[in-house]
Design a protein around this ligand. Structure first.
Ligand code: NAP
Length: 254
């Protein structure tokens, strides 16, 4: 039976990288954290990664439950939120973090790669926001944070699909912020720059060097740098902030 005074926090894609750091940063005794993941290629490794996030959240003083839910599936997402709302009766925070890349030059990009990236990075965020917002509207409170990207503001060769999804997410954030403000729901985006995670680990040394040369602070970011901005946006201190994009990029974008 859920404790109705506890906050319910939902983070998409919390098994590793930035999502895991967000779960840890939001850990507190008065919050239930639900996160999901989806890796059809290596379910055993993914379950172990999710268990590791749960353990780290517990060590940070909170509690978290990870579950395999594909954000690209409308049915899975609907069932997932129904279960959460059934358990805790509320949703206080939604962080749309799950994201993928399928890079390629515009002229060679396959439609399936365009569709897959737009589906997970943009449409899934819309899907989760639509469900969570209905509960938040009834509560007359809520915080939504969308993880965009610095490239959504400046563009990036080889990432037409990814950049379009993140620019779209910024537009979605601003519109939702305007629509939901009267119900005391804030909607903001965090736009990371070049952050050390699995997503960037596979880049060639040449690409990494080129990225680093564009960062005034002279280093790649850590998942914790992004998580700190999310923690701020979901805190009481950020109650008067909505429709904003906080760039956590070491100054890559100003
Ligand atoms: P990551 O290490 O690749 O982790 C991605 C997370 O999303 C994983 O937990 C993954 O689950 C989950 N995920 C992927 N597809 C999913 C699906 N269909 N359903 C449910 N979960 C799914 O990536 P990251 O670097 O932490 O990135 C997190 C977010 O930050 C993304 O939105 C990304 O675009 C954004 N971002 C990252 C950077 C960067 O430099 N790293 C920069 C700007 C923005 P599995 O582990 O099961 O695959």
């Amino acid at each position: 039976m859920a404790d109705k005074d506890k906050r319910t926090i939902v983070v998409t894609g919390g098994s590793r990288g930035i999502g895991r750091a967000i779960c840890i940063a939001l850990a507190e005794p008065d919050a239930y954290i639900y996160f999901n993941y989806f890796s059809p290629t290596d379910p055993v490794a993914e379950e172990a990664a999710a268990a590791e996030t749960e353990k780290l959240v517990t060590e940070a003083g909170g509690s978290a439950t990870g579950i395999c839910v594909n954000v690209a599936s409308q049915d899975e997402v609907k069932n997932y939120f129904e279960k959460i709302i059934n358990d805790t009766k509320r949703i206080d925070v939604l962080v749309n973090n799950a994201g993928i890349t399928k890079d390629g030059l515009l002229v060679r990009m396959k439609e399936e790669d365009w569709d897959a990236v737009l589906e997970i990075n943009l449409k899934a965020a819309f899907r989760c926001m639509q469900i969570a917002a209905k509960t938040m509207m009834k509560q007359r409170s809520g915080r939504i944070v969308n993880i965009a990207s610095v490239v959504g503001a400046i563009g990036n060769p080889g990432q037409a699909n990814y950049v379009a999804s993140k620019a779209g997410l910024i537009g979605l954030t601003k519109t939702a912020a305007k629509e939901l403000a009267s119900r005391n729901i804030t909607v903001n985006a965090v736009a990371p720059g070049f952050i050390e995670t699995d997503m960037t680990a596979s880049l060639t040394d040449k690409v990494k060097e080129s990225m680093l040369s564009q960062i005034p602070l002279g280093r790649a970011g850590k998942p914790e740098d992004v998580a700190a901005a999310v923690a701020f946006l979901t805190s009481e201190a950020a109650a008067y902030l909505t429709g904003q994009v906080i760039h956590v990029s070491g100054g890559m974008y100003m």
